[in-house]
Design a protein around this ligand. Structure first.
Ligand SMILES: Cc1cc2nc3c(=O)[nH]c(=O)nc-3n(C[C@H](O)[C@H](O)[C@H](O)COP(=O)(O)O)c2cc1C
Length: 210
């Protein structure tokens, strides 16, 4: 655990990436696995993650990201895109996966499937979208933690225009919405932010023990 805390102290939201440094295929595979293993409500994973390497596409996304340099300078740009809707089909596909993975029959899973459907399907569209978008933040958390273990830098980013991302990446037609961006790579030695002390509430301010 001591290394986990040390790595959390090492990590920071990188402002300037070293554009000459690329993440290896092996490390990228590990980061993808960390995202894949993230927890989600009911286990539904109601999102897709786009990994954008294409430099022209990233140049297009930069103005839609408050002009932030990380979009083009980082090794990879990740866009977390939440489902616009949660449908019976999504739940049925998840049940089929669970049945196959755990050697169960679909009938065994019917009570769980019916319960999920009763809770989710009739929710208002906006509530569903907020709920699916929230799940992407859990995946971001896992990415941040796994990257810190590998001494890979990540900038979590909400400083972008989702409508423009949706348009450029054609997300709405796929039933998706851009909820969150993460740029990953290696900090530039000139990024002064890496030397700033972490600003956090004290544990006394943060926790209430009852
Ligand atoms: C959801 C989220 C969105 C953020 N959006 C941006 C962003 O658009 N650009 C940026 O430079 N930093 C962004 N940050 C970084 C935060 O400002 C930073 O994490 C915070 O100040 C705490 O500092 P630290 O992560 O360096 O310890 C974001 C962080 C989070 C968690």
């Amino acid at each position: 655990m001591s290394t986990f805390i040390e790595n959390q102290k090492w990590r920071y939201a990188t402002k300037k990436f070293d554009a000459t440094k690329k993440i290896s295929e092996t490390d990228l595979k590990t980061l993808k696995e960390a995202i894949q293993l993230s927890t989600s409500s009911y286990g539904l994973q109601p999102y897709k993650v786009f990994i954008i390497e294409n430099p022209e596409l990233r140049e297009k996304l930069k103005p839609a990201s408050w002009g932030q340099s990380q979009i083009v300078d980082a090794s990879h740009l990740l866009v977390f895109a939440n489902y616009l809707d949660v449908t019976e089909k999504h739940i049925d596909e998840y049940m089929a996966n669970m049945a196959q993975t755990r050697g169960l029959s679909i009938d065994d899973l019917k009570p769980y499937s019916d319960f999920m459907k009763s809770k989710l399907i009739s929710l208002p569209a906006e509530t569903k979208q907020i709920w699916t978008a929230k799940q992407t933040y859990l995946a971001l958390g896992n990415l941040l933690n796994a990257a810190a273990e590998l001494k890979i830098d990540v900038t979590p980013m909400e400083g972008f225009e989702p409508e423009k991302y949706n348009e450029i990446l054609n997300l709405n037609t796929l039933g998706l919405n851009a909820s969150l961006v993460a740029t990953i790579g290696y900090r530039h030695e000139e990024d002064m932010t890496q030397h700033y002390a972490k600003v956090r509430k004290t544990t006394e301010e943060l926790f209430i023990t009852l």
